[in-house]
Design a protein around this ligand. Sequence first.
Ligand code: FAD
Length: 504
Amino acid sequence: MKVPIKHIVIVGGGTAGWMAAAALSRLITERRDLRITLVESEAIGTVGVGEATIPPFVDFQRLLDIDEAEMLAAVQGSFKLGIQFVNWGKLGDSYIHPFGNYGYEIGGLSFHHVWHHQKTLGDNRPIQVFNAETMAAYFGKFAKTDGQQRDDLPPVNYAYHINATAYAGFLRRYAERRGVVRQEGRVEHVALDGETGFVSSIRLDSGQVIAGELFVDCSGFRGLLIEQALETGYEEWTHWLPCNRAVALPCNRDDGSPPAPFTRATAHSAGWQWQVPLQHRNGNGHVYCDAFMDADEATDILLQNIAGKPTADPNHLRFVTGRRKKFWNRNVVALGLASGFMEPLESTSIHLINTGINKLVALLSLDGVTQAQEDAFNRLTGKEYARIRDFLILHYNTTTRTDTEFWNYCRTMSVPDSLTEKVELFKLNGQIFREEDELFTETSWAAVMMGQGIQMQGHNAMAETLDPAETRRELDEMEKSIRYAVQHMPGHADFLRQYCPAPA
Ligand code: FAD
């Protein structure tokens, strides 16, 4: 029997909890008999990392009608045009996985086929010159080209770097203004209904009992409701993505260098280091595998490779890569770290919170919870997780590095069949199928595969039917307009100063 939803209880006030609260707060209207409570514990705190995002996160702000400049100023935010990967294919290598596409379709063909055909005819230009985001990133430039700022320039796809703690605070103010009630306290007990097995209430350390009909578990790695109460189970992927530790350490940029408009992921001997430039500091961290490196060595490597002085003590984190067997179980929907975790190599965790919220809002009926909702949510989220997993594995498995045991393991491990097929088809003739609602575009797959050193041996045969001279002219025009656009963009730091300056 369906129980009408009158009270939604969100457990956890990290990025996931406050993103969910902000989005769901829009459901509270005078016409609906609906309350939303968020419970969080200051004593437990949040993971506090998670600062690099991807473009759909920009849409999340729009959905919530958030003023972008105001939000970025509040979170010391900067713009991000892609991710630079250093030392991944081999030591000394570097490439950018850009937001936005390489070129545009010509004759109905994805650009990389046309580019490859031209290459066989002697055009040696790298594919990167046909991508505005890559070029702007290399020159440290940025402009918003959506009509607000520069409508003479082609569209530039971007995301943000944010201070995660400040962003949660920003959303807290947003959600509370719209009627979400925040309850401080530690959840000590989760009560289940004897008949249905649904969560019926939670009890806090103060003794307060909070009952509800729908619970959103945003309690972080511990999965207080989805795992500890409902024992949903976890599917582990450490055999494919062996990193299981991280040490995070923000630093200042005393040297006065401007914030780069991209995230950097530098591979080390048993993992990799992130650098996320905010307006006044860099977020840094080293993700590694404890079977190949201990915490002291990981911290030393990080300290040797950061740009400025640390502004906090090293924050050591442990994780197990994988996913809950169900993300929605009975009347509990898990979001964020409570739902699973994949390392932040492609900045996908906050994105998964975002898409989880979108699906929850789309499926939600205040008449009650049904099996169909649960099944759809789990099926769709499962596919999203698997596609992202494959994309992450690609970065490791296609390395040619032989300098450490860690890279030897990654290079020779067996990978999911879905990924093997993807790589084979790309090598054969550059074919990339973007399946269903897959997050990563053809350009994403092409950028990482080529960046890792995988060569296309052929291209779609239809490219041969295009007029070579005409195609060459189109490519010339494309390159020229991108170079013009990038030349006329302000520096990223100048843009931030003018558009969304954060207090120093
Ligand atoms: P948390 O931040 O852990 O919040 C959990 C909340 O639950 C807290 O409010 C806590 O107080 C509360 N809670 C827990 N137990 C109880 C209890 N018993 N009673 C009451 N309250 C309780 N994502 C990206 O998109 N980009 C990145 O660059 C990125 N980098 C990352 C780097 C690392 C090393 C890690 C580990 C993660 C990274 N992530 C990144 C992921 C990102 O940090 C998380 O997805 C995001 O912060 C969401 O966390 P959360 O809200 O699920 O959990």
